[in-house]
Design a protein around this ligand. Structure first.
Ligand code: ZN
Length: 354
């Protein structure tokens, strides 16, 4: 389980001025947002953000407005700065995200009612369905990968994704898993992602060993078996970890509209593909609990063959204790769920055999 520190924008610190005109962005939010967008190209607007930052010169009284000409920054006593639609939307989304902090987070009771509502169950089911769609096919066995993001309640739970930055490269690795030269090329092209995917250096050292085996004339099938073991190992390690990094979080914040009440971060413990059906996801790990202690709510949503368990970690954040027994469990079970996922499992097994 690897988790990097989040961007962690302190919600309450920014949103406190309800009196400004339509679509306002308080000066400090604006300054922070422009700063972030000028530092990374998450919204594809880095150059423009740099120009706007220079033009604003730290003005704390600017507001983001949406007028006849689209988004612009208006400043009392100075000319408006027109913005591209991309930059305007990114800043507006950031404002919406920070505004979530004005409403209190849901209580544990509200959270339980929301997750056990019809819409809540559907939201969780959609996440697990998508995870199974995106699973890695290990010669017939599906390796289902952890996902996560940030959740809001509006009033049903909305599980918004933050993309794990290394996942696209993991899929590339698995597509090239029988081709040492292609694997080496992926390694060279994506050193940052590979540090996360192959943190123990397993695949890297095996690629070196394969060269030596080839040089001394070892059989092809022996080399293939070693490579298969190495790629399977790193895939299995990656499947049970989900990496949140600040740029990915910022990208997710800027890419969508935000409303409702802020719940916190969430991640899943995926189903395991077993011969007869899906095995359940595990309980929250030590690092999961540490995460909640350090940075507040971190939901663990564990798949079960007949439902799911949402582990609500809010108490850990409040009491700063790592204790599985202190987590509140929201348990959902139904025959309908069991039937649905069993059918998916059986269909995938049949497809794997044909
Ligand atoms: Zn976890």
């Amino acid at each position: 389980m690897t988790l990097y520190a989040l961007l962690l924008i302190a919600h309450a610190a920014f949103a406190n001025d309800p009196s400004v005109p339509a679509k306002p962005v308080e000066g400090s939010v604006l300054a922070m947002g422009i700063e972030r967008l000028a530092a990374t190209d998450v919204a594809g607007t880095r150059d423009e953000a740099k120009r706007v930052k220079a033009a604003l010169a730290g003005a704390e009284d600017a507001h983001l407005v949406f007028g006849k000409r689209g988004f612009e920054l208006s400043r009392p006593g100075a000319g408006a700065i027109p913005l591209s639609d991309s930059l305007g939307r990114a800043l507006d989304s950031m404002r919406q995200y920070l505004d979530l902090g004005q409403a209190p987070s849901p209580t544990s009771d509200e959270l339980r009612d929301a997750f056990l509502s019809r819409a809540g169950v559907d939201a969780v089911r959609a996440v697990f369905d998508k995870m199974i769609d995106d699973a890695i096919d290990l010669d017939g066995r599906r390796l289902v990968l952890e996902v996560g993001g940030e959740a809001t309640m509006e009033p049903s739970p909305r599980l918004r994704y933050i993309d794990d930055f290394a996942r696209p490269v993991l899929h590339e690795i698995m597509a090239a898993r029988r081709d040492p030269a292609a694997l080496r090329a992926i390694y060279d092209q994506h050193p940052e992602e590979m540090k996360t995917i192959d943190d123990a250096g397993t695949l890297k050292s095996v690629l070196g060993v394969l060269d030596r085996m080839k040089a001394r004339g070892d059989a092809q099938d022996k080399r293939d078996a070693l490579l298969a073991l190495a790629t399977r190992t790193i895939a299995e390690n990656s499947a049970s970890s989900f990496t949140l990094e600040p740029a990915a979080q910022l990208r997710a914040v800027c890419a969508q509209d935000w409303s409702g009440r802020y719940v916190g971060r969430w991640h899943t413990h995926p189903p395991h593909d077993e011969p007869a059906g899906w095995g359940g996801g595990s309980e929250p790990s030590g690092p999961d609990m540490q995460n909640a202690v350090d940075d507040g709510q971190f939901l663990t949503i564990a798949f079960q063959p007949d439902g799911f368990i949402v582990y609500d970690a809010s108490v850990l954040g409040e009491t700063k204790t790592i204790d599985l027994n202190k987590m509140k469990k929201i348990v959902y079970r139904s025959d309908d769920w069991r039937r649905h996922f069993q059918e998916r499992h059986d269909a995938l097994r049949l497809a794997g055999k044909s």
